[in-house]
Design a protein around this ligand. Structure first.
Ligand code: SF4
Ligand code: SF4
Length: 117
């Protein structure tokens, strides 16, 4: 299950540097699959989606920090608990009911993005 940032976010920025997958971006910033991962060029994600890892993608939010669901592994493979939720001062990093994934799927995403680990 990916984590999502709710509109209670106060834009403090504490979560962004804590994400081991670089899945968190400031509102209005572009994002890329390659940021903070080993992905490069044309790749097919474990979910079957073909993407260009180098291509700048549209921000998911223009107002608040946001999490890219394809890059969030709920910190599986790195930490015992979601690091964004652990540091967020207003507890607005919560499980996303629209992106429910098994632990095996989350670990598969982590291994795909970080094969060297
Ligand atoms: S749960 Fe972990 S991987 Fe997902 S956005 Fe938060 S810090 Fe990043
Ligand atoms: S730590 Fe919480 S309040 Fe701060 S930017 Fe991240 S989601 Fe928003």
């Amino acid at each position: 299950m990916a984590i999502i940032i709710t509109d209670e976010c106060i834009n403090c920025g504490a979560c962004e540097p804590e994400c081991p997958n670089t899945a968190i971006y400031e509102g209005a910033d572009d994002w890329r699959y390659k940021d903070g991962t080993s992905l490069d060029g044309s790749v097919v994600l474990p979910n079957g989606k073909a993407v260009d890892a180098d291509e700048a993608q549209e921000p998911i939010s223009d107002e608040i920090y946001y999490i890219v669901p394809d890059k969030c592994t709920e910190c599986k493979g790195f930490h015992e608990e979601p690091q964004c939720a652990a540091v967020c001062p207003v507890d607005c990093c919560v499980p996303d009911d629209n992106n429910v994934e098994s632990e095996a799927v989350l670990l598969g995403k982590q291994a795909f993005m970080h094969p060297e680990d």
